[in-house]
Ligand binder design. Structure first.
Ligand code: B12
Length: 588
């Protein structure tokens, strides 16, 4: 920790247990804020808890080992059809729930203790402003607990919430009075403005009044603030990916050495009915390929050789320009990204161009990709999703990727995501939608399928036009969503209900339906719920083929269920070695 008084402490909270082996990637967002603010003369201390050793600190080893033993029995009996298997499951289940409850209680104790110590540290640091990166569920609860403590221990410190949550949920983040301010979207210039004012104005009340006044005049953008008892949002900043600075990582301990690189902000399509990314970034802005590749080179010189593009949906022509430069400069890295299904991909000339583009990407180190397919039914894709692509486009895009991979002789893991169940708007039955989703998966034969339940996020068309899409949202919906913990692998009966229905289905029914599609696909031999970043991790750690994916998935599931993270920790160590080795190839 620091010796000088920081102007700002930025904290990244975590949930009590891991959600995924990729939870502790290097946090580019916080590192960008630190680098940008340092350029403006501010001292920033980043306290990033998303580190493997931090989860270990909250988890009693012995209990985790017992948990792992029970979880492995449960998982193997779940897959067994025999009478003995069912009996084992019946005997082990209550024991497992007991050890899980005990684990949660112990973790909560340690988490609260650590948060209390952090609040004391912040109080004693002399800083005037503390910022919290806020995410879903338990992480959000942790952020609120910390904010309450800071309020009590150091009432003059300004508490600012930022990151994905206020970006999505906006005014709702300030509604219960825990945070003083919030920032929606990019935090660089909003924090610069806040820190400049904090340097001039000593009392917190006066500071808050001044920030609200300036935000009210639109001189400070992206600010969520209170004025006259109401929560207001100042106008959004113009999106410009070229203003991004190169992040500074000052502590790599317990992190996975994969650098998430801003290639673009926003989405080139920006019209999907379920999505809010176009609200976060008002327009699609691409970062100059030279800047992207300069940043890649800098990271490589620091020993990082694996990358993930941050774009919500990187435009293919832009990705190709970056790939071309990577090739020209002779840089050897691996990377993954989200890509968009190409409209009219089935037309011969578009298809051929696609194959060429993906060949170029593969040569520059592209190794895994995720595509939003959303559904296998064209009416749903058009009316419900407004994705701008059809079934034949999805099939042809994946085919082009496979062909490119075969021609270059380079591997590519392809994942597609589906939203199921989805609004049907009376056009099709749920059974038919499910069948068509299965047909789509069979046709494209992806390496992984991500099946997500529908969520009407505030700001999306699904939310704004909920009646038309068949959503019933209660008064507490947004509040509950803020704290909702969407954790894969959690047994269905443990999911709390929320005030939401889709075409008459309660949330639990929605999850049940979603799980049933996942199960059908798994029974048919498809891998589900493995993401592009997880492919990057496992392949670099030496897990090859479908066998490797299944080992990775089983081990991850076991580790996450039991909180015995030794396997994930060793995976991280192998990924880090691979990242370093890849980076070092570039030196010779
Ligand atoms: C790449 C990515 C990842 C990567 C790396 C994340 C990372 N380095 O931050 C991986 C795969 C690890 C990941 C993991 C997760 N992700 Co993710 N991820 C993204 C993605 C695609 C890009 C993020 C990015 O790099 N943006 C660019 C950087 C520069 O922006 P940024 O980090 O948001 O930071 C800026 C602002 O948010 C703000 N800011 C950030 N922190 C703070 C703090 C303060 C105080 C202030 C004022 C401002 C501020 O300023 C920063 C600079 O401009 C986004 C979707 C998207 N396109 O934005 C989803 C997204 C952020 N992820 C999401 C989720 C849910 C997750 C997971 C919880 C998934 C899970 N495992 O269950 C985990 C959480 C990881 C964790 N640390 O706990 C959600 C967040 C939703 C929410 N409201 O919480 C998003 C929006 C995707 C979605 N569902 O639409 N993710």
């Amino acid at each position: 920790m620091m010796t000088d008084t920081p102007d700002l402490i930025l904290w990244n909270p975590i949930a009590r247990r891991r959600r995924s082996p990729s939870d502790d990637f290097l946090d580019n967002g916080l590192a960008i804020l630190k680098a940008f603010l340092a350029e403006q003369g501010f001292e920033v201390e980043v306290i990033d808890w998303a580190r493997s050793n931090q989860w270990d600190k909250m988890t009693p080893r012995l209990l985790a080992v017992i948990n792992r033993f029970l979880a492995s029995r449960l998982l193997s009996s779940r897959d067994s059809q025999s009478k003995t298997g069912r009996m084992v499951s019946r005997l082990v289940s209550p024991l497992f729930i007991l050890t899980q409850d005990l684990m949660s209680a112990v973790q909560k104790y340690f988490q609260n203790k650590m948060i209390r110590e952090l609040a004391e540290y912040v109080r004693d640091s002399g800083c005037r402003v503390v910022g919290i990166k806020t995410w879903y569920g338990e992480t959000y609860l942790a952020a609120k607990y910390f904010a309450r403590l800071v309020r009590k221990l150091a009432p003059e410190i300004l508490i600012v919430a930022g990151g994905p949550h206020p970006t999505t949920y906006r005014e709702a983040v300030l509604e219960d009075g825990v945070f003083d301010l919030a920032v929606a979207g990019e935090g660089e210039r909003a924090l610069e403005g806040i820190l400049s004012l904090a340097g001039r104005i000593q009392s917190k009340d006066k500071l808050l009044n001044e920030i609200s006044r300036v935000a009210g005049l639109s001189s400070l953008k992206n600010i969520i603030y209170r004025q006259n008892g109401k929560v207001e949002v100042s106008p959004p900043e113009n999106t410009d990916a070229n203003r991004k600075v190169i992040p500074v990582y000052d502590n790599l301990e317990g992190k996975t050495w994969v650098h998430v690189i801003v290639d673009s902000l926003g989405c080139p399509w920006g019209r999907c009915n379920f999505c809010t990314h176009s609200r976060t970034y008002r327009k699609y802005s691409v970062r100059r390929p030279e800047s992207v590749v300069d940043e890649i080179e800098q990271m490589v010189s620091r020993g990082i050789g694996i990358f993930r593009f941050a774009g919500s949906s990187t435009r293919l022509s832009h990705a190709c320009r970056i790939a071309e430069l990577i090739e020209q400069r002779g840089i050897r890295i691996f990377f993954s990204m989200f890509a968009r299904v190409e409209s009219r991909a089935a037309e011969q000339h578009v298809y051929e161009k696609l194959v060429g583009s993906y060949r170029q990407l593969l040569r520059s180190g592209f190794r895994s990709v995720f595509l939003g397919a959303e559904s296998g039914n064209d009416t749903v894709n058009e009316l419900v999703m407004n994705k701008g692509v059809m079934l034949k486009d999805i099939v042809a895009t994946v085919k082009a990727m496979r062909e490119a991979s075969a021609i270059e002789g380079l591997p590519l893991d392809i994942g597609i995501s589906l939203i199921y169940p989805a609004p049907t708007m009376g056009k099709i039955s749920l059974g038919q939608l499910k069948a068509e989703n299965i047909r789509l998966v069979e046709q494209v034969n992806p390496d992984s399928v991500l099946v997500s339940p529908p969520a009407p996020f505030p700001g999306s068309s699904w939310f704004n036009d909920k009646d038309r899409f068949g959503f019933e949202l209660g008064e507490s919906f947004v509040r509950k969503m803020l704290e909702y913990d969407y954790v894969l692998y959690k047994p269905l009966f443990l999911w709390p209900e929320i005030d939401m229905k889709l075409e008459g289905l309660s949330l639990r029914k929605i999850f049940e339906e979603c799980g049933s599609l996942r199960k059908t696909l798994e029974d048919k031999g498809f891998v589900t719920e493995v993401t592009d970043v997880q492919f990057l991790m496992m392949r670099n750690a030496g897990y090859a083929g479908k066998e490797g994916v299944l080992t990775f998935k089983n081990q991850t599931q076991l580790a996450i269920l039991s909180c015995d993270y030794r396997w994930i920790d060793s995976l991280q160590a192998r990924v880090n070695l691979a990242s370093m080795a890849q980076a070092s190839i570039n030196k010779s």
